[in-house]
Design a protein around this ligand. Structure first.
Ligand code: AMP
Length: 116
């Protein structure tokens, strides 16, 4: 699997504005935010390129960690009550740019639906 910029962020080889870190998960501010709150929540393992690679219950605990982190970060950044959106782009048609599974947490403004 090709090295991604997120792997470098996990290893602290390039800087990121980290808002949460655990043994399994890292959450940091998106460098090109699409909303006042735009956080990327990623697993530290690099084997999952996108949601389509979640092909086994072996990932259940990791997925729980990712979504628990999303809720904690939403609370920390003040959008838990006002509302927020979690997005996982997977593959070319979704517009996924970085082939390392990540959840976008977007909030802080009224978000439109449907997405483009
Ligand atoms: P996606 O299009 O779903 O693959 O989203 C990738 C996201 O990563 C985009 O929203 C980018 O703005 C963001 N991104 C790319 N490089 C960095 C970086 N070095 N630090 C933080 N966010 C980044």
């Amino acid at each position: 699997m090709a090295e991604t910029i997120f792997a470098k962020i996990i290893r602290k080889e390039i800087p990121a504005d980290i808002v949460f870190e655990s043994d399994t998960v890292l959450a940091f501010k998106d460098i090109n935010p699409k909303a006042p709150v735009h956080i990327l929540i990623i697993p530290k393992i690099t084997e999952l390129e996108s949601a389509k690679d979640i092909n086994s219950k072996e990932y259940a605990s990791l997925l729980a960690d990712l979504f628990l982190t999303a809720n904690e970060v939403a609370k920390k950044l003040g959008v838990y009550e006002s509302g927020f959106r979690l997005v996982i782009n997977s593959g070319a048609d979704s517009g996924q740019e970085v082939p390392h599974l990540h959840i976008h947490l977007l909030g802080g403004r009224k978000l439109t639906w449907p997405p483009g």
